[in-house]
Design a binder for this molecule. Structure first.
Ligand code: SF4
Length: 363
């Protein structure tokens, strides 16, 4: 674990926090390094992702692309395929874009300052502060959801942390609280405290190194803070996929619009069809000019931040003009949204399904 520098700490709680971090923090691979590439990669992988889910992806990416030059030179489709299952694919696209800029403009060396890091795609204030402080010890405070919760409770901040002046106020509090002599270690310690001790429900105040100064604890308000403005309501989005399977080949297309799953593959799609299956089958038949209605093959629900995707899958043996047909064994190498990949795996493993036969489509 990282050593504290000998200078006096700027925050009265810095020593207690650092001591707690040294003994209680999880041993994670990106904490054992000052390599900006590895730290940045871990931050991109972990955005909106739990550590347990992100860790195997981090290890997979580091094994395949041990340097930023290797990542920058990788084909897009290969990277998207490795990313499958992590969601929020824009992160993968921005990650590649940033890697290529670092290689082309900065000779493969990560920019060292917060302001320069902010210029790279996919790097916002949080990630810039994390990389600048963890890798280069720039004294800039990190504010993520965990840090906001710790600080709102510690300082007794009663405004909404995610609306109005909340984010700015929290940033100011974080800068005030920052241990400028050891910013990298301090930032990681506050984040870890939020993840392990100052948890959203039932914080373990007795084990907390900040307990003697914490206003929420003193005032019995740990259950009320932080205050959050309600998130936008989740809306439904219905997507009907038509799989045309002929002679061991399957119809696919690449999503190119500026929308979810950009640059990933999918099957021919229609959106906004009626919820009633019989009506939806009729509409699909019309839309694709089929001789017979397609066969319903299954459905799935997939949750995104503000959307609930209601997916249905349909099968046909008829040719869909204008679509690419890919041999089924090559589909494995294409990058699909995980929910489509799961459906594909399901029908592939189904014992009563035979690709390339008419058996599947008889009435
Ligand atoms: S004392 Fe409790 S509420 Fe305050 S920072 Fe620590 S864990 Fe959070």
């Amino acid at each position: 674990m990282e050593k504290l520098r000998p200078e006096k700490n700027t925050s009265p709680y810095a020593t207690a926090l650092a001591d707690w971090f040294r003994t209680a923090a999880r041993d994670l691979p990106w904490r054992r390094t000052h390599d900006a590439y590895r730290i940045w990669l871990s931050e991109i992988v972990l955005q909106q992702t739990r550590v347990e889910q992100g860790l195997p992806y981090y290890e997979k990416f580091i094994a395949r692309y041990p340097t930023i030059n290797r990542l920058a030179a990788a084909p897009d489709d290969e990277v998207f395929r490795l990313w499958e299952g992590l969601g929020y694919y824009r992160r993968a696209k921005n990650m590649l874009g940033a890697a290529r800029i670092v290689v082309e403009k900065h000779k493969g060396q990560f920019p060292r300052s917060y302001d320069e890091l902010l210029q790279l795609p996919g790097i916002g204030p949080y990630t810039a502060a994390a990389v600048a402080s963890f890798a280069f010890d720039e004294p800039v405070a990190v504010v993520d959801g965990n840090v906001a919760r710790v600080l709102a409770r510690f300082f007794g901040y009663s405004g909404p942390v995610n609306a109005g002046s909340g984010p700015k106020d929290l940033r100011r509090l974080a800068e005030t609280f920052l241990d400028r002599r050891n910013p990298g270690l301090h930032n990681q310690a506050v984040m870890e405290l939020g993840a392990l001790v100052c948890t959203p429900r039932n914080p373990r105040c007795d084990a907390c190194p900040l307990k003697s100064g914490c206003r929420a604890r003193a005032e019995g308000r740990t259950g009320e803070l932080p205050v959050k403005k309600a998130a936008r309501p989740v809306r439904n989005r219905r997507m009907d996929y038509l799989l045309s399977i002929r002679n061991g080949r399957i119809s696919v297309e690449k999503r190119t619009d500026n929308d979810i799953w950009q640059n990933l593959y999918q099957f021919p799609l229609r959106e906004g069809l009626p919820a009633a299956r019989a009506k939806a089958a009729r509409r699909l038949r019309e839309a694709f000019g089929l001789k017979k209605p397609p066969h319903f093959a299954g459905d799935a629900t997939h949750l995104l931040t503000h959307r609930r995707l209601l997916l249905r899958f349909w099968l046909t043996g008829e040719l869909l003009p204008g679509y690419e047909y890919v041999p089924f064994d090559r589909v494995e190498g294409l990058s699909f949204p995980i929910v489509l990949r799961r459906f594909l795996a399901g029908i592939k493993n189904s014992s009563n399904f035979e690709f390339g036969t008419k058996k599947n489509f008889t009435d």
